[in-house]
Design a protein around this ligand. Structure first.
Ligand code: DC
Length: 229
């Protein structure tokens, strides 16, 4: 059986990372794994249980959650203890609290272990903030996606308005800046570009162009490794 690649993609919120990662996975017939959804799911249960700020209890809770990630009809489907929370984890309230939860080292340890298990056989496109640094530092392809703050805020505001929630662009921008700061300055696995990651700036590219850029890089790597994709 031919070996399949592990494709690791990191980048800040709103960089176009999820959209392109999904399409790359589709084109290669690989599994798409959205690790942010897992941090969001833990955040949802922390909020439901009124545990914000209580680190030890949060870690205990995260340990008890049975998180199952699937990809159904082009969307991430996530179940926690059997309950489908795919929609609920995308709320603005989760956006505003998830960085605090994902900065907790004990939570990260639990989720990283699950992610490594999910991707270990290859044939995956996994995206997040620490995939190229911690989850799969030896991934076959390591991609870092960036975009300017204005473009990212516009994309996020558009996503919210398509779901029927109107949030002023300034508020979205503020939230993104806040998350960027926490995500890249936290002690536990901060978001950072490794020297061996290929950087793709999506500020002025269409989705098709982003996907092609990533696929071109992946194809070059696969060719060098003698892997057919
Ligand atoms: O990609 P996203 O916006 O759904 O991620 C939500 C939050 O989860 C983000 O603010 C940082 C955190 N996260 C993380 O710390 N590590 C990951 N691998 C994925 C997401």
């Amino acid at each position: 059986m031919s070996k399949k690649l592990i494709i690791a993609i990191d980048g800040p919120a709103g960089s176009g990372k999820s959209t392109s990662a999904k399409l790359v996975a589709k084109r290669l017939n690989y599994l798409y794994i959205d690790t942010g959804a897992m941090y969001r799911a833990v955040t949802l249960f922390v909020l439901r249980n009124n545990l914000m700020g209580k680190t030890d209890e949060i870690i205990q809770l995260a340990n008890k959650l049975d998180i199952v990630l699937n990809f159904i009809d082009g969307e991430t489907n996530i179940k926690v203890n059997g309950e489908d929370v795919s929609k609920e984890i995308r709320s603005f309230e989760i956006n505003s609290n998830v960085s605090e939860i994902s900065a907790i080292e004990g939570v990260r340890k639990i989720l990283v272990k699950k992610q490594q298990e999910m991707g270990k056989n290859g044939g995956v496109v996994m995206e997040g903030r620490d995939i190229t640094t911690v989850v799969f530092p030896n991934a076959d392809a390591k991609i870092f996606i960036t975009a300017g703050i204005d473009e990212r805020a516009e994309r996020r505001a558009k996503e919210f308005s398509e779901k029927g929630t109107l949030i002023p662009i300034d508020k979205v921008k503020e939230n993104l800046k806040n998350r960027d700061f926490i995500d890249s300055h936290r002690e536990a696995s901060p978001l950072t570009k490794t020297p061996d990651s290929i950087e793709i700036d999506t500020s002025n590219t269409t989705i098709d162009e982003q996907v092609d850029l990533i696929l071109n890089e992946v194809k070059k790597i696969a060719f060098k490794k003698g892997i057919k994709i």
